[in-house]
Design a protein around this ligand. Structure first.
Ligand SMILES: Cc1cc2nc3c(=O)[nH]c(=O)nc-3n(C[C@H](O)[C@H](O)[C@H](O)COP(=O)(O)OP(=O)(O)OC[C@H]3O[C@@H](n4cnc5c(N)ncnc54)[C@H](O)[C@@H]3O)c2cc1C
Length: 443
């Protein structure tokens, strides 16, 4: 196939897409603002190994990952700690991100041209069609397709014309701001045996989470404090101090990270494509809203996008063809993620004592937490409903609210899955409004 594709950003979803499209015969150029060795985080994050098989990429060398430990969830009032025992086949791998990036880059580089330290400042458009990108130094480069994989705060997305109905800026509540550091284990303090991976939900009653994880292979402590929208220095200091008091293993020396970072924690963007343009990965908000995990969904979405382009229905870079990618993504995972955002929003806005009750009384069971950990939704069976009603009988109004929420989530998922099969502007706009309505937005 002929055609020139520009990919903006060079983290994992971009690299897999570059490989797939380059192999398909397209002329692929990747522009990344960072130096090659600085792309991605200097730490490990979690992803299920099945992703590699799903997109047809062999597993990287086992030296770059280890199995993730099981979470223990601390309730908002610290009244209970629930440890989960994840099913073996669902256990994630903690993967060294820069080594994963090296692995994917080495596969992709024979099929694409890479330009590092080359920031893009926006897209070029002719009417509603994207025709290329503008580099930071003013150079204009034309392309048949621009794929924007430049993250949640993409400058390409924000430079699009409003008429495209693609959300340009993020809304309040869309982003999670976190401090992440790997520190030494305090000398003389023994490593935890049972609760190695502790997550603090609504830590100190705030809208966010904190965690303290003992990393056995490196004997370091992985600490995170995160809040929705903003993490003020004073709130970070208070939360970090509280974490240290509860986890004396947290030492004084930062050995990796120690930086502020941003993760989108919202439903996928309601419009992912235009003529000559597609959004992928965090720039399309493809993370699982409850967890902020976006590596797997981005890589799988890159495979879907490549298939849609390489086996087109009509003109490959037209909105009509590219739209098939959005439909597949929504039905495979995006619809579910939009339901997960509703659950997350509810948990964050509910009073802490109510959320604490759900954990402390066991209404939120180990099984519920196990499914939540892998980005799935809690499913109520008649038996589990009776069990929850018995455990939560002291807070029946709360239980009723929770079951009504679960019904609204089911409805949202159905709306999202009912995205029109083919691109028709009027029908799409109608769907877009319905999809966004539960979140109080138009697009
Ligand atoms: C603390 C933390 C923990 C996380 N844990 C996990 C986890 O356990 N599992 C998981 O799956 N995910 C996790 N994530 C989320 C994960 O990092 C993202 O979902 C994922 O990296 C998104 O990948 P992406 O390919 O969309 O690109 P991004 O990671 O968003 O990278 C975008 C790239 O574009 C480049 N870029 C940006 N602007 C420009 C520009 N103007 N011109 C050129 N280049 C540009 C950037 O330099 C960057 O390299 C975590 C994130 C954080 C912050």
């Amino acid at each position: 196939m002929n055609g020139r594709v520009i990919i903006v950003g060079a983290n994992q979803a971009s690299l897999t897409l570059a490989e797939f499209l380059g192999k398909g015969g397209l002329d692929v150029c990747v522009y990344e603002k960072e130096k090659r060795e600085n792309v991605s985080y200097d730490w490990h994050d979690d992803m299920h190994p099945s992703v590699f098989d799903k997109v047809g990429i062999p597993m990287p060398d086992s030296s770059i990952y280890f199995p993730k430990g099981d979470w223990s969830f601390v309730s908002p009032d610290a009244g209970s700690v629930t440890r989960i025992y994840q099913d073996k086949e669902k256990v994630d791998l903690s993967i060294e991100r820069r080594k994963l990036n090296d692995y994917l880059y080495n596969r992709a580089r024979q099929y694409a041209q890479f330009y590092y330290e080359t920031p893009v400042s926006g897209v070029i458009t002719e009417g509603d069609k994207v025709t290329g990108v503008k580099l930071h130094d003013g150079t204009k480069i034309s392309a048949d397709l621009v794929v924007d994989v430049s993250g949640a705060q993409s400058v390409c997305r924000s430079s699009l014309p409003e008429s495209l109905r693609i959300q340009r800026q993020t809304n309040k509540g869309d982003l999670f701001k976190a401090y992440r550091a790997f520190v030494n284990r305090t000398p003389g303090v023994p490593a935890p045996e049972l609760h190695t991976n502790k997550a603090y939900l609504k830590h100190l009653g705030e809208a966010g989470i904190s965690w303290c994880i003992w990393d056995k292979p490196s004997d370091t402590v992985n600490v995170l404090v995160g809040r929705i929208d903003e993490l003020k220095k004073q709130d970070l200091d208070i939360a970090y101090k509280a974490l240290r008091e509860d986890n004396p293993i947290i030492g004084d020396d930062v050995v990796r990270g120690g930086i502020m970072c941003t993760i989108p924690v919202r439903r996928p963007i309601s419009k992912m494509v235009a003529d000559g343009y597609a959004l992928l990965g965090d720039s399309a908000f493809m993370t699982i809203p409850m967890l902020g995990s976006g590596m797997a969904s981005g890589i799988v979405a890159s495979k879907i996008l490549s298939e849609v382009i390489l086996q087109p229905c009509g003109e490959p870079f037209s909105v009509e063809n590219l739209y098939r990618y959005q439909v597949r993504f929504m039905r495979e995972m995006g619809a579910r993620f939009s339901g997960v955002e509703m659950l997350k929003n509810w948990l964050l806005s509910a009073p802490s004592d109510k959320v604490a009750f759900l954990f402390n009384a066991g209404v939120m069971s180990e099984e519920d937490l196990k499914v939540s950990c892998v980005g799935e939704l809690i499913r109520l069976t008649p038996v589990s409903m009776i069990q929850k009603a018995i455990k939560g009988r002291k807070q029946l109004p709360l239980l009723i609210k929770l079951s009504m929420l679960l019904m609204r989530i089911d409805k949202q998922i159905k709306i999202a899955e009912n995205i029109p099969d083919k691109y028709d502007e009027d029908k799409f706009v109608d769907w877009q409004k319905k999809y966004s309505k539960a979140f109080g937005t138009e697009i």
